[in-house]
Design a protein around this ligand. Structure first.
Ligand code: PEP
Length: 257
């Protein structure tokens, strides 16, 4: 169990337009009225629901993040959303480089690095998603693969800037599959990622950056994952779409803090 403050983050993916989002947040607020200051809670709805969620959660302890951004400031980029627009909408965090974006929308390490820098310029904390496919793990290439993703993501950042980032280790084979990494597999990779951060930025930064686990985390398996030394929270997809299970995950994290 780490001394870093746990972060429980819900990635709603392409679920929850404004009405559905309001319903989900209503459910969450009615199930979970009081929060401790000991953990951070975040929801990442689709773009169209962000403003509503920010207004709705205004006086709550739940923060709002986006699932993506574009790295240009404004202009002829039809369909894209800039970091300054997210900041203006009240987002504190943004997911960057989720495996679904890498896989279905062709996001490259270079684009992800640019997005991270833009988010940070607007004081939005990037949650940098990394993780290998099953084939890569089977071939024993997972450490090298994740190392390359980390080094590319942080290219050009210094040790002070890196403090304002979060990493989410999400093995692709565990996302939305119901198959979770074992606590040992998660801890092994999280410790490796922290070593990589140490090599890049030194001990202090490496010790402060939160590394979340993502991939079929749910109330039934959260405790064994969250009690690993280098696991500092969860990025939760499916289980964040149910107010009941997300509230349960928050309670589990609070009880561990
Ligand atoms: C995710 O999409 O970031 C994720 C971890 O999804 P799930 O929890 O559904 O595996």
């Amino acid at each position: 169990m780490s001394t870093r403050q746990l972060l429980i983050a819900g990635n709603w993916k392409m679920n929850g337009g404004p009405y559905e989002a309001a319903e989900l947040l209503d459910g969450l607020k009615s199930l979970k009225k009081n929060f401790t200051d000991d953990i951070d809670v975040l929801v990442c709805p689709p773009f169209v629901s962000l403003s509503m969620a920010v207004k709705y959660l205004h006086s709550s302890d739940i923060q709002v993040g986006a699932q993506n951004l574009y790295y240009e400031d404004n202009g002829a980029f039809t369909g894209e959303i800039s970091a300054s627009m997210l900041a203006e909408s009240g987002c504190n965090y943004v997911l960057v480089g989720h495996s679904e974006r890498r896989e279905y929308f062709g996001e490259t390490d270079d684009m992800i690095n640019k997005k991270i820098k833009k988010a940070m310029a607007e004081r939005i904390v990037p949650i940098i998603c990394v993780g290998e496919k099953l084939e890569t793990r089977k071939n024993d290439g997972h450490f090298k693969f994740v190392s390359d993703q980390i080094r590319a993501a942080y290219n050009g950042l210094d040790s002070v800037q890196a403090l304002d980032t979060v990493i989410a280790y999400e093995p692709v084979w565990a996302i939305g599959t119901g198959v979770t990494a074992t606590p040992e597999q998660a801890q092994e990779m999280h410790a490796f990622i922290r070593q990589e951060l140490e090599a890049l930025f030194g001990n202090d930064t490496a010790g402060a950056v939160r590394i979340l686990y993502g991939g079929s985390m749910k109330p039934e398996n959260a405790e064994e994952l969250l009690t690993q030394e280098d696991v500092d929270g969860g990025l939760i997809g499916g289980a964040s779409l149910s107010a009941k299970s997300f509230a349960e995950l928050i309670v589990i994290a609070e009880n561990l803090s």
